[in-house]
Design a protein around this ligand. Sequence first.
Ligand code: GLV
Ligand code: MN
Ligand code: MN
Length: 432
Amino acid sequence: MASPGGAVGPPSPAVNGFRRLWQDLHDIGRSRDTGGYNRFAWTREDHDLREWFTAQCQQRGLDVTTDRMGNQWAWWGDPDAAVAAGDPGVVIGSHLDSVPDGGAFDGPLGVVGALAAIDHLRATGFTPTRPIGAVNFVDEEGARFGVACAGSRVITGVLGADRARGLTDRDGTSMAEAMRAAGRDPGTLGRDDETLARIGTFVELHVEQGRRLVDLGHAVGVGSDIWPHGRWRVDLPGEANHAGTTRLEDREDAMLGLAAMIIAARRAATQHGCVATVGKVNVVPGGVNAIASGATGWLDARGADADAVRRVVADVGAVVADFDGLVTQESWTPTTMFDPALAQQMAARLGGVPVIGTGAGHDAGILANDGIRTAMLFVRNPTGVSHSPDEWASADDCVAGVLALADVVSDLAGADAVRGDATDEQAEGPAA
Ligand code: GLV
Ligand code: MN
Ligand code: MN
């Protein structure tokens, strides 16, 4: 297999470790029925993943710290000395949580890839001239408390501490309560300037969640931008009553508003050239033979143009108003540009790989919008499927991503370029 940069270096035993790292995570939060993953913030599974990350970092002699939100950072070198010298470090990593019944790659590829890249750099004798950090962001998907990228949003102050603490899951458990149950003090939440100052550059390795790299014939690509996107909660009122004895004309059925809202979202997205999704609903009381007294649907809307996304939400809002419903914005991420010069530098270094945009949100985007020099590397996804148990990437492509990451880090954190290639053993890595 050719390395992402086109150059072929010595086989690295450290990159061979990628498969072992990957296997460590295989069973954590995995559904026996679907093979998908359920790894939500501050649950048992999240705890196990965090413990795994800590143990792996400690085995490598990396100093592990947690920030005000509980994101985990591990450092090779002294990040504060670098800050004092005015030349902060290079951070790589991603997240280990998942959407409900999610895939194995979205997030873990970037965390496992960060550890494997560090192993590779070390095995090839690389000496960093800047500290290198590995991060595991907490609650990137927002699957439990509703706000995506909660870990990076809280430390950048985009998500306020009081609001974060008060977010609730389906069972009514607040984030503050969940954090306390997981042994963390929610009182620490807030913007974390000390942590942010340590990040000179952030590079997130991630599985592609589309088919651009397939079409372009590349195993690895560099990120250019993220579409503007947001989430809105839509509450629709109704009146509980008997399904058999209440005349149709006497009903206040919350489900009719919900149905109209879902259809309106699709129609408006088509009209304005966007995408819109209602993937989560809650119906009260939820009885087959009871008219719904309330219904909530969550609208996820995205597109290349922020004004067009806003028009989708406005159109949906107009329909919802006809049913006396209420639309509440839960999050909004504006158009996000990764550092264009860095993207070009990385693409050139990796042998002219494509620079592509995405409609998926990432912690990298939140950091970029906070003014941090940020980049992403994407690994080819043969089907493009993501947020599904069917999400997949080949072992060769994952290793190509790790090698690309190591190569980029060697460029950003030191004078010596490091390149490598996969061996046959590596090619047996993560499987379907
Ligand atoms: C995160 O994966 C998102 O784009 O919703
Ligand atoms: Mn995701
Ligand atoms: Mn992700």
